[in-house]
Ligand binder design. Structure first.
Ligand code: ADP
Ligand code: MG
Length: 439
């Protein structure tokens, strides 16, 4: 292990992350590289700043665990964009709030009759900001893709225009910043922050409702930008005229450019979205399953995605292929039992029963094959099915240290690949462990 180069096992680290945390897995993980290993920190190279942020927010633990498991050292993990390839993205370093989500690009947006116009107008605006539709106002119910489209425009502008300055934020954030500026007597700072941008993108402007002072400030911000041909993009849950207690002059300004609506997606669009989201996560699902999910969930796209996550999570925790039956079971609420938290005790109880050994034997110093094998299987399954660290697993099995557990996982893992009987045994035990709880 000591002579091994981290570059050589990096693919395995990424593979391990996929099993440790399947839900946050993304297909672009395959593009990650090793930047350096120094001072006990493994620095991982990412395609752009948005993916750095995504990994820091969602995947730091799983990468750290995978790196520790596979190197055998207590390394830390961090993420960065390789020097020299850093994209010139002013937005992402401007402290954009909320941060742009790396999934929310035009490429990942499925166009259908429900959102065709909104999508086309966003594309047009990203091609010539400040001139085509200004302001662009997108409205629709929750979970239909408004935030996704807004962020996609930010990405595009950012890619196209060197040093473009974009403010993308939720309206709530805008209002809060305004209030803080007043409290701190720094209205000028606030105004220069928002009135000097190339594009102001504000999500969920219905939040202005009944906030008179913020509406007043927003009105002046709007005018300053509009008069300088700077792009304004807004989203809301309803058309301008239906936002309660919104000043007439704002309603009128919001309608100066283009007001466009997003509707709930049709069945075909839903199926295409499921396929797109599955692809994004590096997941293969058949058309039949995508159609099933599209039929089953029609409220909004966030729920559609939730359904896919559920199916995926059940498939990974139970180590089963995603079949139509599994998807049906998962979505018909039979999943709680399957995806419940698995403890080391659950594992030990199934394994000891199968091999007809006692826990005390597993914890003892005995090294006969009849005891070593079940002990190593317990360690390996605990590694796969629980979130416990190597030390904790060793602790449960007679106070063994983490290298022993690692060795066990290695050995059983190899046996699983070369020995069909071992593979069948592990899958049978896993099925028993993850099946409905025995009470
Ligand atoms: P809203 O802001 O309208 O509440 P979001 O933009 O947050 O909705 O979308 C909710 C989820 O649905 C996000 O994960 C988004 O990526 C996804 N989504 C919405 N519309 C589409 C689409 N047309 N194609 C792909 N994903 C979509
Ligand atoms: Mg939104």
């Amino acid at each position: 292990m000591a002579a091994q180069k981290v570059e050589d096992i990096f693919v395995d680290i990424v593979e391990r992350v996929k099993t440790l945390d399947p839900v946050n897995n993304r297909a672009w993980f395959d593009k990650l590289t090793v930047l350096r290993l120094s001072g006990g920190t493994l620095e991982i190279g990412c395609p752009d700043e948005a993916s750095v942020q995504y990994l820091r927010d969602n995947c730091k633990n799983s990468f750290t665990r995978a790196a520790q498991q596979l190197t055998g050292y207590l390394v830390g993990v961090d993420f960065g964009v390789p020097n020299g390839q850093k994209p010139h993205n002013a937005t992402l370093t401007l402290g954009v709030e909320p941060k742009l989500h790396p999934d929310y690009t035009f490429d990942n947006f499925v166009v259908g009759p429900c959102n065709r116009l909104a999508h086309a107008s966003c594309v047009a605006v990203s091609q010539s900001p400040g001139s085509t539709y200004n302001p662009l106002f997108i409205y629709g119910s929750s979970g239909l893709g408004k935030t996704h489209l807004l962020q996609a425009v930010c990405y595009e502008l950012n890619k196209k225009i060197n040093n473009v300055v974009i403010q993308f934020l939720s309206c709530e954030n805008f209002v809060n910043k305004f209030i803080t500026a007043i409290e701190q007597g720094n209205l000028q700072g606030f105004q220069s922050q928002f009135r000097t941008v190339d594009a102001l993108v504000i999500d969920d402007v219905q939040f202005l409702s009944e906030r008179e002072q913020s509406q007043e400030e927003f009105f002046h911000t709007f005018n300053a930008l509009y008069n300088n041909s700077k792009q304004i993009i807004l989203s809301a849950d309803g058309p301008p005229g239906q936002i309660p207690a919104l000043e007439e002059r704002l309603i009128s300004r919001f309608s100066w450019g283009l007001v466009t609506r997003i509707d709930a997606p049709s069945y075909e669009t839903r199926v295409a979205i499921v396929q797109k989201k599955a692809h994004l996560r590096g997941l293969k699902i058949s058309e039949e399953i995508a159609e099933y999910i599209g039929q089953k969930v029609h409220a909004n796209i966030r729920e559609l995605e939730g359904a896919l996550t559920t199916v995926y999570a059940v498939a990974t925790t139970t180590k089963q292929e995603i079949t139509l039956q599994l998807a049906q079971k998962a979505l018909e609420g039979q999943v709680e039992l399957l995806s419940r938290n698995i403890s080391i005790t659950d594992i030990i109880s199934v394994v000891t029963k199968h091999f007809n050994v006692r826990l005390a034997d597993l914890q003892s110093k005995k090294r006969s094959q009849s005891i070593t094998e079940p002990r190593q299987i317990c360690m390996c399954l605990a590694r796969e099915l629980t979130k416990h660290s190597l030390e904790e697993i060793g602790g449960h099995l007679g106070g063994r240290d983490h290298t022993t557990v690692m060795h066990a996982c290695d050995k059983i893992g190899k046996a699983k690949k070369s020995d069909r009987k071992m593979k069948a045994l592990l899958s049978e035990l896993t099925k028993q462990i993850t099946g409905p709880a025995q009470t």
